[in-house]
Design a protein around this ligand. Structure first.
Ligand SMILES: [Fe+2]
Length: 381
């Protein structure tokens, strides 16, 4: 049952279910840890979830300090400031509480707690992973949204001098991911929809990737099914614990699947995020059906899309699946016209340039040529 507690160990220890966050503080106590740094953002602090967690720790006799200065695109300064708070307070573990940003920032603070700067030294694109040693404090992740799946990921994205830098190491995987649906019920409908579609797109883009990885493909298919079956309930009946729980699990599964990689959908979404500060999940949702129509000319991708028919209750036909996804997005209340979001046509070329340089773009199964992204965007206006 999705509304009861479970413990899994794949790909890391996962404590799942209602009250998992409270139970988790007992686990930390058993591990003999004494003082924790809670990494979060102002929004989570405002709704009281950070204080709730702090209170649970107090009940088991563990002192914590809250660091809530993480920006929506976490910066090097956020990481260094948090690391300083960790050191000044003699903390011995870190808990990230929030969406992808606090989780990415917390993961990187764990690195900087025991490694010398500058942070740029650990840039994965420059082979920085080899400098990250297995000598870091315990790190735990508690997602408050169901979308990024960063709680089961081994990398973070940090803004260093206005450039998004990936920090990666197998040692950055959270020691425990805590999936507690009770703390996601307050997420507003619009954000629930956008983050949930992000989780769906992670699985879809991973699934169409032609790398041989049947394990990830199996997880991706089940995660997409769970999104389609539960996201609408999570959006329109936010206190449904079973639907919230299944979306949290589908989000984690999506992130496990996308170890295969992501494609042009995410490349464009990253561009829309940088140019218009558009919500990442919303950006992914808006371009989704047009990207699918673009990808469909590749026979192998067409077959993969077609195989998803049963998830949407339609024939195994790629066009019918795309049509069903379009209807699903509308049913979730997602705006599908870029003009409604003030996206300007005269910026399409610059947006394309950005997306073509995004690391996700070359992984798309269909090779993306100059002009293709402009065409996709024009179809959305
Ligand atoms: Fe995403």
């Amino acid at each position: 049952m999705a509304n009861t507690r479970h413990t899994y160990t794949y790909p890391t220890r996962i404590e799942y279910g209602p009250n998992a966050m409270k139970d988790f503080t007992h686990i930390v106590k058993e591990q003999g840890l004494k003082k924790g740094l809670i990494v979060t953002d102002k929004g989570i602090e405002k709704v009281g979830t950070a204080d709730l967690l702090k209170g649970f720790f107090t009940e088991v006799g563990i002192d914590t300090v809250i660091f809530s200065d993480v920006k929506s695109n976490p910066t090097e300064k956020n990481v260094l400031d948090g690391t300083q708070v960790f050191k000044e307070n003699n903390c011995d573990f870190i808990v990230a509480l929030g969406g992808g940003s606090p989780m990415d920032a917390g993961k990187t603070m764990k690195v900087m707690a025991t490694h010398d700067g500058p942070l740029e030294k650990y840039d994965d694109m420059k082979g920085g992973d080899k400098y990250i040693l297995d000598n870091m404090p315990p790190f735990y992740a508690i997602p408050t949204t169901a979308g990024t799946g960063s709680e089961v990921g081994r990398s973070s994205v940090i803004n260093i001098n206005n450039k998004k830098v990936i920090i990666f190491s197998p040692f950055m995987m959270p020691d425990i991911a805590v999936l507690d649906p009770l703390i996601t019920v307050s997420l507003p409908a619009k954000l629930t929809a956008a983050t949930g579609v992000d989780a769906f797109v992670h699985s879809l883009e991973a699934y169409i990737m032609e790398t041989f990885h049947p394990m990830a493909d199996g997880i991706a298919i089940e995660a997409m099914k769970m999104c389609v079956e539960n996201l609408s309930t999570a959006v329109y009946k936010g206190d449904d614990i079973e639907a919230r729980g299944k979306m949290l699990m589908a989000s984690a599964m999506g992130a496990i699947a996308f170890q295969k990689g992501l494609g042009v959908n995410h490349a464009i979404a990253h561009g829309l995020g940088i140019f218009y500060d558009m919500h990442h999940g919303l950006a992914n949702a808006i371009v989704l059906t047009e990207v699918m129509k673009y990808n469909i000319s590749r026979e192998e991708t067409r077959k993969r899309y077609a195989s998803l028919g049963s998830i949407f209750g339609v024939e195994n036909d790629a066009e019918k699946v795309i049509e069903a996804i379009g209807k699903w997005l509308i049913s979730l209340g997602i705006v599908v016209n870029l003009r409604d979001l003030n996206v300007k046509e005269d910026q399409f070329t610059a947006l394309e340039e950005y997306a073509l340089a995004d690391p996700c773009c070359p992984l798309n199964p269909k090779t993306v040529e100059k002009g293709d992204i402009v065409t996709i965007l024009k179809n959305l206006i």
